[in-house]
Write a protein that binds this ligand. Structure first.
Ligand code: BG6
Length: 480
């Protein structure tokens, strides 16, 4: 594939375009990473002139870009590359106008619309001759990719009718994060961790995606989706797959995705009979948010105990939790090693001080890696304390991390799908999630409520304490 020269964004007035895509494209332009003469065509419903659109985009970039203030010269070049087509996405006029605007060369269509419009846009693009199977045209489809297994399959089938798999880029921005990409480098670029990375040495794994913000202005979207569809089916399961997968044959897109797929296939199903392995809850005041139904049962928090049925992981639980309006913003993976088999310090009455070692891969914020282990406190007696060896990206690399969308947009422009989700993996992840959604739909009991700024509902603590374990604190500076 050659570099794409045109990017068409459906949903140009949407939250995602404003917060993520425009700042990412602007920063790529600052870095000189976009192909020369890249054209960006925004498609949206609001009427207006292209100048108004450009003005609005500038305001977004000025608010959300990681580099501020904006560089006027770069911005002017960026703005000059933006064209606009307005209209309803289910009406032919939009696609006729779009076709006239498009330059020659390879194109990317970015579907940054609400998910119910994905099939509508795809069908229309196809009917207007804008999707040619086997060509270099690419389509980026945002998440959630489907609402459940059946709808994800239907959307995949529609995509496959119009496009080859190599033309479909199912985006999951977690995969573009530097710290998430580093999971594989950390595991397979060092020889000291991998021998320990299995059931013989690891007691359990925790994967946390805690957010301190609420649903912001996305009430309608969020209420229709909830935490499982919003971040677990995609982000958390992708992270789990990177932590749990076997070494791929190579770092090529399909080899990496094959190895991840095996993990999705090995997830032990959670059905109604495993209800105790899943917790859901809603933050206090959620039902009063704009766009949310007053009797909504959409969860904003979940905690799950996931088992991976493979030789490597048999008996090692992966505890996942995600939620809005929690005490801290904290996304991390913690690998909890087994306790020592025998304590030698009984005479010194020090055995209660020995905490198992924990390796924390900190995805964000304060990106880095910390190993917590015990050390002897200097002195005459045996006393130990948990200490930390810490690597932070800020201190080590001394340059800001680029945003995940920058990396993923660039990969798609270059035609590299390694960091995008493949059809089989998406469906397999839905096969795992859908029975949980069904069980929740069928369960009419009331939803636990948790306080804003807390670390989640009591039920989440029960989930791990039943197994004699506890969640790590959400605070970035917490010990093991
Ligand atoms: C998005 C979800 O995919 O990820 C949001 O739709 C969530 O609800 C966001 O806030 C979290 O992304 P990040 O990069 O801030 O962890």
């Amino acid at each position: 594939m050659t570099d794409a020269r045109t990017l068409v964004i459906f949903g140009v007035f949407g939250d995602l375009t404003q917060r993520k895509l425009v700042p990412a494209l602007y920063n790529l332009m600052v870095d000189g990473a976009l192909p020369k003469e890249m054209a960006i065509v925004g498609v949206g419903r609001k009427e207006g002139a292209v100048d108004e659109l450009r003005k609005g985009l500038r305001e977004s970039a000025a608010q959300f870009s990681r580099r501020l203030p904006l560089d006027d010269q770069v911005w002017d070049r960026f703005a000059a590359s933006v064209a606009f087509v307005h209209g309803n996405l289910d009406e032919a006029d939009v696609y006729i106008a779009l076709k006239e605007k498009l330059k020659d060369g390879d194109r990317i269509f970015y579907l940054a619309t609400p998910p119910d419009l994905f099939p509508v846009v795809l069908r229309n693009l196809h009917e207007h001759g804008l999707l040619v199977k086997g060509s270099a045209t690419r389509v980026i489809i945002e998440k959630p990719f489907g609402r459940d297994l059946a709808s994800a399959r239907a959307l995949n089938a529609l995509c496959a009718e119009y496009l080859d798999e190599s033309q479909i880029f199912r985006i999951d921005h977690y995969l573009g994060k530097e710290t998430v990409q580093n999971i594989l480098v950390f595991r397979f670029g060092n020889s000291i961790f991998e021998p320990l990375w299995n059931r013989k040495y690891i007691d359990h794994v925790q994967i946390t995606a805690a957010e301190s913000i609420g649903i912001e202005k996305r009430g309608r979207f969020y209420d229709a989706n909830g935490v499982l569809r919003d971040v677990v089916q995609n982000h958390l399961l992708q992270v789990l797959a990177l932590c749990a997968m076997e070494a791929p044959t190579s770092f090529d897109a399909d080899d990496v995705r094959d190895a991840k797929f095996q993990v999705f296939r090995s997830l032990r199903p959670i059905g109604p009979e495993c209800a105790t392995d899943v917790v859901r809850a809603q933050y206090r005041g959620y039902r009063e948010e704009e766009g949310v139904a007053p009797d909504s049962v959409t969860p904003t928090f979940t905690a799950l105990k996931v088992m991976v049925d493979s030789w490597r992981w048999q008996g090692v639980p992966f505890y996942l939790r995600a939620g809005k309006h929690l005490a801290e913003r904290c996304t991390e993976i913690s690998i909890h090693f087994q306790a020592i088999p025998l304590c030698l310090f009984t005479r010194e009455q020090a055995c209660h001080m020995f905490e198992p070692s924990v390796l924390v891969l900190r995805i964000q914020p304060e990106e880095g890696i910390t190993l917590h282990f015990v050390a002897k406190v200097p002195g005459e007696h045996i006393a130990v304390e948990s200490v930390a060896m810490n690597m932070t990206y800020a201190d080590t690399f001394r340059k800001p991390l680029s945003d995940a969308y920058e990396r993923l947009l660039l990969d798609c422009i270059r035609g590299d799908a390694t960091l995008f989700a493949r059809r089989d993996a998406v469906e397999q992840a839905w096969s795992f999630i859908t029975p949980i959604l069904d069980a929740w739909d069928a369960d009419k009991s009331s939803l636990p409520v948790y306080e804003l700024g807390s670390d989640g509902p009591k039920e989440a603590h029960d989930l791990v304490s039943r197994d004699g374990r506890r969640w790590r604190s959400l605070s970035p500076h917490s010990a093991a």
